[in-house]
Design a protein. Structure first.
Length: 83
């Protein structure tokens, strides 16, 4: 038996084409948390937005800005929906 992808990217590759489009196109057009905080009206998260999950970065340590940007978005009345 073998596995491909993680549980989250595996489910995303099945769900997202039916919701927003081709997975490769989505990956190429990713946006930053800063852009989300400044411009989004609605953020839809499949499986939630646990901060512990955003602290995993390939290649080592990175700056963890998600909490602040989520707060900025919420202050602008961005709606967060968790599916």
């Amino acid at each position: 038996m073998r596995s491909v992808n993680s549980y989250s990217s595996g489910s995303a590759s099945v769900l997202l084409p039916h919701i927003v489009g081709d997975m490769n196109e989505i990956a190429r057009r990713g946006v930053s948390w800063e852009e989300i905080a400044q411009h989004s009206e609605i953020v839809i998260a499949f499986g939630g937005l646990a901060l512990k999950n955003s602290q995993v970065a390939s290649g080592g340590l990175s700056e963890h800005t998600e909490r602040g940007f989520m707060h900025q978005a919420a202050q602008r009345d961005t709606r967060f929906i968790s599916v």
